[in-house]
Design a protein around this ligand. Sequence first.
Ligand code: MTE
Length: 313
Amino acid sequence: MLIRRPADIAPSEITPRELYRARRDFMARSGRLALAGAAGLALPWTSADAAVLANVQPNRMALSDKPTRQKDVTSYNNYYEFGVDKDEPAKNAGTLKTRPWTVTIDGLCNKPRRYAIEDLLKFAPLEERLYRMRCVEGWSMVIPWVGFPLSALLRAVEPQGSAKFVEFTTLLDEKTMPGVKYPILDWPYTEGLRMDEALHPLTILAVGLYGEELLPQNGAPIRLVVPWKYGFKNAKSIVHIRLTEKMPGTAWNKAAANEYGFYSNVNPNVDHPRWSQETERRIGELTKRKTLLFNGYDEVAGLYAGMDLKKNF
Ligand code: MTE
């Protein structure tokens, strides 16, 4: 088991996180966020929103893994709406307009609702979660996300018994997203989870990382984070969450069903048809690592008991 309680972690391992936490506290105290807003910089969080961020609970799911440099997390991205090269989202996604922003939750639930992003920021206490992330392409990162459990939001809309899946639809805006004029995917980008996966405590909606609000290239203002699945399951810039009875179609599955399954659990024993998934390159490291089943999150294994993971890849 790779997840350790904070008490098990040597101080030397905690240092990078403590450093950025101290930096964040300093920024909050010095009112940098409010000042930047006044200067017209792209920081849509109001000072009231920023205060929510300053109260983020310490990481309760600590890893011994060293966080990937913030610079890499925010400059090496997949966000095809803004270009297919890793450096393009950071260059192009500045056009993403994250206010006003609403997320509609509907489908098979008793209390469908449209939430303003400001309400979602205060929806449940924000927590910091240091998660391993593994991209299907063979690279990985360790990211300190800020977010809240998706289950809190789903429970608020009261899912009906017939709701078996959750579909996520992300923003499609031809005016600001240069990538969507290319038919690489069936836009808008959509993803899906089975209800028990969506309700699992590891599954979060992230609104920030490294103690700061999400940048557009990372899926501002709100994105999914499911750490035991390949990166593409983590839909960015979500506008619609729908509870369904049938398994929803997903963008990558529609594009290449033989390569990208619905489940897409990290699994070193199931090769991608064009490459092995046995190892990964953690961004910032030279030697490759062995990829772990469920990305090392052994506690989710029970969700798939009795399932053939080679068929349900
Ligand atoms: N969400 C949208 N809307 N569009 C995308 O192209 N790419 C996915 C996922 N979410 C993608 C998306 C892929 S392939 C990965 S690996 C992760 O976002 C990358 O997230 P990161 O750039 O924050 O690391």
